[in-house]
Design a protein around this ligand. Structure first.
Ligand code: CKU
Length: 611
């Protein structure tokens, strides 16, 4: 069992040390590491940067395509003055699962490659000395894992077959930190913002853990951006109304510093803080309302993906992506197809971007099993022997996502699946459980959705009534009637949209994917598929259709940038649907988008929301 911990921060009572850097590394193709005692020291002498994916450094294919166990280890100095505190090694993620050891002793395991977890080493660490931290990370995919796929044996080697369209990058891809917190500590904190009579106030709740917490006093202090104390409250739960509160807005983010203090007899025993944007989010008919005012979403489906580091967290890439998104006039993105690094959400909070936050439930469609590979008729994905195990993992992933991201102003909706087999009636009971769990876990009760593939629409989808907003992935002009047949694509698209309209759609529809693969070096007049001109034409056609339907309340293009995928006959060194190249330079369509998005009003096509 592993535990969650609030984002680590240095405060008067807490200490954080970064463990990022060059770790020692070994491949363990036969999975014999633990048996052979590798937790006491690795046999091989490879090195590996943390955070990063391990795949793109080596010059041989076997290393890049490696599936199975890999081991990381490093020496960690635990200061003697930390004795008596709770000492943890906190992993931003370990993809897709990990077991952690300290000085050879097994500490914890964690399933799921995109959420943080802690290994508590307080009782195992030797204080005032270096300690050996070892991690066995496994990157296999199965039909019961998130994301889904399978693992086969090819020439005696394990190989993954992802049921999804992105490379199975893995390893310790996010920062690792050593933390010291008091034994009696603030465990969690939640905020819910409510508008009553035009005034937005915040209900808060503090969770404390440890022996003797009933004797504690809890204080919440709120500072504005100038550092002035503007409100305070006492107790584990309470309500805060900041006089003349400055709301968090799109591209106009205002963040208050929420400080939580735990004290006994006036002595502060724990202190933690976070930066919180105060805003409301709701759905009113076909409008998405931020602070009661309609907002039209403009932006992208993204990936955490870049040269060399793979899916490894990179602050420079994150910074560049946000600058490009601001330049082009975007206001939102979806964390397709997994929860992103925590730093992404903190930056989105700071910059005023809206996020549709997605759990790694991708590859849940029988016909897409082995994406771009074998197709054929199979049983519904939700009727397999492995479904109960998948459901357990999925519920846990939803809990961990919401536990981590619930306080972020930037998160405006939860995407609970990407392109699942929702056109089958046996999907409904599974979906219902996932949707219920999300509602239960989220104190802010954000809107819930899942990204629908073309086989699910107004008529064929069995789960759409569970959605608070509808999100559609559509490829009219690419997978459907591309190139010279783009007029047919437009007709088919309009036909589908008429279907949604006639079905009496009464929630917003946001396009979460549409786009074309585009070679950044290819120009062609007249256009052909893959040329930059065709990307421009296809987007123009799609926008024409979006613009004719008032219930369409957002457009998020697939994809922000070109990204790496598994090799295949439809992918040329990856998916090229980026508006930017993998090196983050614009294709021609970027300039059209900039013009369009800068001219669309915030409340484009609103029906006049009031709440
Ligand atoms: C995108 C089969 C459709 C998959 N959909 C999801 C996304 O992950 C893919 O990259 C479409 C595409 O470019 O095909």
């Amino acid at each position: 069992m592993s535990s969650y911990m609030l984002y680590p921060r240095n405060t008067s009572t807490r200490r954080v040390l970064s463990l990022d850097g060059m770790w020692r590394f070994s491949f363990d193709p036969e999975g014999i590491g633990t048996e052979k005692g590798w937790q006491n020291g690795l046999p091989a002498t490879l090195t590996m940067p943390v955070p990063s994916s391990f795949q793109d450094y080596f010059t041989d294919k076997d290393s890049r395509e490696f599936s199975g166990d890999v081991w990381y280890e490093t020496d960690v100095f635990v200061p003697s003055e930390w004795q008596g505190q709770s000492i943890n090694v906190r992993f931003g993620s370990a993809t897709h699962r990990a077991t952690v050891f300290c000085n050879g002793q097994e500490i914890t395991s964690h399933e799921g490659g995109f959420t943080p977890f802690c290994a508590e080493i307080s009782d195992v660490a030797v204080y005032g000395q270096y300690n050996l931290i070892s991690v066995c990370v496994n990157n296999e995919l199965h039909e019961y894992t998130l994301p889904a796929g399978n693992t086969i044996l090819a020439n005696g080697k394990k190989r993954v077959r992802p049921y999804f369209d992105f490379f199975n990058y893995s390893g310790l891809q996010r920062s690792v930190m050593l933390t010291a917190t008091p034994k009696l500590a603030i465990q969690d904190f939640e905020v819910v913002h409510k508008s009553v009579d035009q005034v937005v106030c915040t209900d808060y709740k503090v969770k404390v853990d440890g022996v003797g917490f009933t004797a504690c006093d809890i204080q919440v202090l709120i500072f504005d951006e100038a550092g002035v104390l503007v409100a305070q409250a006492e107790g584990q739960t309470g309500n805060i109304c900041i006089p003349d509160v400055k709301l968090w807005e799109v591209h106009d983010a205002y963040l208050y510093k929420f400080v939580v203090r735990l004290s006994v007899d006036d002595e502060i025993i724990d202190e933690w803080f976070d930066y919180i944007g105060i805003r409301t989010i709701s759905i009113d008919g076909t409008d998405i309302l931020l602070n009661g005012k309609p907002v039209y979403l403009k932006g992208f489906g993204k990936h955490e993906d870049s040269d060399i580091a793979g899916r490894g967290f990179s602050l420079p890439v994150l910074k560049r992506d946000f600058e490009l998104m601001k330049w082009i006039g975007a206001n939102s993105f979806r964390t397709s197809h997994y929860p992103y690094s925590e730093e992404t959400y903190y930056l989105a909070d700071r910059e005023g971007f809206l996020i549709i936050d997605e759990v790694a439930a991708v590859g849940f469609m029988a016909s897409f099993a082995n994406f771009l590979g074998q197709m054929g008729k199979r049983d519904c994905f939700f009727e397999k022997k492995t479904t109960p195990r998948l459901l357990d993992n999925h519920l846990q992933a939803v809990r961990e996502l919401i536990l981590r991201d619930k306080n972020h102003a930037c998160v405006i909706a939860w995407s609970l699946f990407n392109e699942p087999e929702s056109n089958h009636e046996s999907a409904y009971p599974y979906f219902e459980k996932i949707f219920k769990e999300a509602l239960l876990c989220d104190p802010q009760k954000r809107p819930r959705t899942f990204a629908m593939e073309r086989s699910s629409d107004f008529a064929s989808c069995h789960c759409r009534q569970l959605c608070d907003l509808i999100t559609l992935n559509r490829y009219y002009g690419w997978y459907i009637s591309g190139g010279p047949n783009i007029d047919d694509a437009e007709r088919a698209f309009v036909e589908e949209m008429e279907g949604w309209k006639n079905s009496g759609i009464d929630v917003p529809v946001v396009f979460t994917e549409y786009g074309t693969d585009t070679d950044s070096h290819m120009h062609k007049l007249p256009s052909v598929m893959w040329s930059q001109e065709y990307q421009q034409e296809m987007l123009e056609m799609n926008h024409r259709v979006f613009d004719s339907y008032d219930f369409v309340k957002g457009e998020q293009i697939w994809n922000f940038a070109d990204f790496q995928t598994t090799e295949g006959i439809m992918r040329v060194d990856g998916n090229k649907k980026g508006i930017f190249t993998r090196q983050r330079q614009p294709k021609s369509a970027a300039f059209d988008l900039k013009q369009r998005w800068e001219s669309l009003p915030r409340d484009y096509k609103s029906t006049g929301g009031s709440k």
